[in-house]
Ligand binder design. Structure first.
Ligand SMILES: [Zn+2]
Length: 342
């Protein structure tokens, strides 16, 4: 009888048993992965229901889906987003997400919601992505950015902590956040000035802080002026009134003497070295008696190369911090009243 039963001391039986156990574990693991994916898909569909609304203007309800439609529809959604038609872009992203569960499309949906002004929806979507992939660096930066726009500085700071723990250098983001906390607080302008001035020495972001000091109190800001930051501040300096000038400090720097002589606020005693091309051009034109030209400014992001008419410390296109560069242009003078920063 014992000859018909397997002999557990037989090495072949042991190997077969081991292989059987490995196969069973693999099968269970595979089944668990499929089940978890199904649960995630159901959760995402439930989650997306929160965003279905009458704001959508495209009729995608009865549109049949085919895998080959994915790329053209995605490109169409991107073009809607680029042209500012966020409602249609959102509609298409939602349609794609019903059929393809990809975090990259969710991320685009969040960005479209942010640009359409639905910041809380964007936050919810970023949190949903992070629930599935907590170490998604790009999404963490986006969450930090939108949190900052919502003035939820504590959450923005927490996200920076996470990014730091993931090995990211977030020093400039932290510096920017600290500056925003001061600027957006309800304290007096003089207290904002003091707080910014306290941290200016040794800061690698001195030019940004000095710009804010000039915006808050130009007369007192001259105390912190450093000529190496002239090109970063030229737009702010150009807009100063005569009462906001510090003639003693101006007399010590050729760049300032040239700038304010060209504007007609200082004596002509500058030496003709090369500095900002547009300023040199305007100074030469004025020396020749031509006074119908003026300086104008635009701002370009060194990260994504986009251009903007207004200064921002964070690029609205790529969310990079302190990436704006001042570009100086010459334009025909327009009749307008002088602009005061005070
Ligand atoms: Zn940019």
């Amino acid at each position: 009888m014992g000859a018909f039963l397997p002999d557990y001391n037989d090495p072949i039986v042991s190997i077969l048993l081991l292989l059987g156990i490995i196969f069973a574990i693999s099968l269970l693991s595979y089944g668990f992965t499929i089940w978890r994916q199904e649960v995630k898909n159901k959760e995402m569909l439930e989650f997306l229901k929160n965003f279905e609304s009458s704001e959508c203007t495209l009729d995608t309800e009865n549109m049949p889906f085919d895998e080959s439609m994915k790329k053209p529809l995605f490109m169409l959604a991107l073009s809607f987003e680029k042209s500012g038609d966020y409602s249609r872009a959102v509609n298409l992203y939602l349609y794609l997400l019903k059929h393809i569960k990809e975090n990259s499309i969710l991320s685009h949906l969040a960005k479209a919601y942010y640009r359409a002004g639905f910041l809380k929806r964007a936050i919810d979507i970023y949190k949903e992505i992070l629930y599935q992939t907590p170490r998604d660096i790009e999404v963490l930066y986006s969450l930090e950015f939108v949190s900052e726009q919502l003035r939820d500085y504590s959450r923005a700071s927490e996200v920076l902590d996470i990014l730091e723990n993931l090995g990211e250098d977030v020093s400039k983001y932290r510096s920017h956040l600290e500056l925003q906390v001061i600027l957006k607080s309800g304290i007096e302008r003089s207290d904002k000035f003091k707080k910014i001035a306290e941290g200016i020495d040794g800061s690698p972001y001195r030019a940004v802080m000095l710009r804010e000091l000039f915006m808050l109190n130009a007369k007192d800001a001259w105390e912190y002026y450093c000529d190496s930051e002239f090109e970063n501040l030229v737009d702010i300096l150009w807009k100063l009134d005569i009462v906001q000038l510090n003639l003693d400090i101006i007399s010590r720097h050729n760049s300032l003497k040239k700038l304010f002589w060209t504007k007609g606020l200082a004596q002509s005693s500058y030496s003709k070295d090369e500095s900002i091309f547009a300023l040199d051009l305007l100074a030469s034109a004025k020396e020749s008696g031509y006074t119908l030209a003026d300086l104008s400014f635009k701002y370009s992001c060194t990260s994504c190369k986009s251009s903007f008419p207004l200064m921002a410390y964070r690029c609205p296109n790529c969310y990079e911090v302190y990436s704006f560069k001042v570009e100086v242009l010459v334009e025909k003078k327009q009749e307008k009243s002088s602009y005061s920063l005070l």
